[in-house]
Design a binder for this molecule. Structure first.
Ligand SMILES: [Mn+2]
Length: 327
């Protein structure tokens, strides 16, 4: 029986051989793209470019505006539902625990297509022909960067900034428990090679439209506490701002994490009248992945989400009823 290190080593060798042998690649990642998924894609394509290979990047979603500064972002195409003429023999899936997470791009997979699955989610289903899954890594880009190094691709300031950005995003600015000395060592290396922490931080965290600032203010004004202050919640109603779908509400719920005494925090955003997108956070005790599963959602132990229908009062009631059992 092979141990994990041997499996890992074998997957790396197989992936290297496949890259050397094939010429056309399709690359994809999960819907709701984040800094790590985009960084993983763009660092992977730098390997393919270095090897003189053809590739195409398809996502079944738009890239969030705040990631528009990432080098090479213009190469990412939104999948329009029709199969590209490329006819790839290899599909590279990054940062996705299963094939459903890449949305309709999965339609491309026919019998002859080999799948390379590179990910850091412990829940990864191992759906690839080759699976490089390391559940303890902070981010997928850390794994892709190892491959990049193993294949002797020259490191440019642009690539350094991509790797740094991916790790920064998935470690929550080096604040989450997945932040390891290795993540920091890689980031230190990236800074030596031209990544600029202050420029990247400004692009990612210190940009907010006036509309988003007003929406944040409206959401925070709805703050409530439940169960002796162990749960806090806020909401943003559809009518509270002019165009709710232009608002970047990502990060709103994190403000609640700073409040003393709470264990679970959640945000309810009314994306359409009567339809709420819920974001959960947990400080230490409650597994909010499990909480979200009650409502058909999921995610991680400390951060998860789901979708619920009803009025804000009804939705809140449903959530509090379930949360009761977890506290
Ligand atoms: Mn990730």
């Amino acid at each position: 029986m092979e141990n994990t290190d041997q499996q890992h080593h074998r997957a790396v060798t197989q992936i290297q051989r496949l890259i050397q042998r094939e010429n056309d690649f399709l690359i994809s990642s999960h819907v709701n793209p984040d800094g790590d998924s985009i960084a993983s894609i763009l660092v992977f394509t730098s390997i393919l470019r270095h090897m003189g290979k053809s590739y195409r990047i398809l996502l079944d979603d738009d890239v969030p505006e705040k990631l528009d500064f990432m080098a090479g972002i213009g190469e990412i195409q939104r999948y329009d539902g029709s199969l590209p003429s490329l006819n790839p023999r290899v599909l590279i899936v990054l940062d996705s625990s299963n094939l459903e997470r890449i949305g309709r791009v999965a339609e491309i997979v026919t019998d002859g297509v080999e799948i390379i699955n590179i990910d850091h989610h412990p829940s990864n289903e191992g759906f690839g022909s080759h699976n490089l899954v390391l559940g303890k890594e902070s981010s997928t880009v850390e794994i892709v960067y190892d491959l990049f190094t193993a294949m002797n691709v020259p490191l440019s300031p642009d690539i350094a900034a991509l790797v740094y950005t991916g790790i920064l995003c998935d470690t929550g600015r080096f604040l989450f428990p997945n932040t390891t000395s290795r993540s920091l060592e890689i980031c230190s290396e990236m800074v030596k090679h031209g990544a600029s922490p202050d420029i990247i931080a400004k692009k990612l965290y210190f940009r907010m439209s006036h509309e988003t600032a007003k929406a944040l203010s409206a959401a925070l004004s709805t703050l409530e506490f439940h169960f002796d202050g162990t749960v806090s919640c806020i909401h943003l109603s559809n009518g509270a701002v002019s165009s709710i779908n232009d608002i970047d509400t990502e990060g709103f719920v994190d403000y609640l994490l700073a409040i003393d005494g709470t264990e679970v925090e959640f945000l309810m955003v009314e994306k359409e009248p009567g339809l709420f997108r819920i974001s959960f956070r947990s400080k230490s005790r409650v597994d909010v992945n499990d909480v979200a599963k009650n409502f058909g959602g999921g995610g991680h132990t400390r951060a998860s989400g789901c979708t619920l229908q009803g009025t804000v009062g009804e939705v809140k009631e449903k959530i509090l009823n379930v949360l009761k059992a977890y506290l």
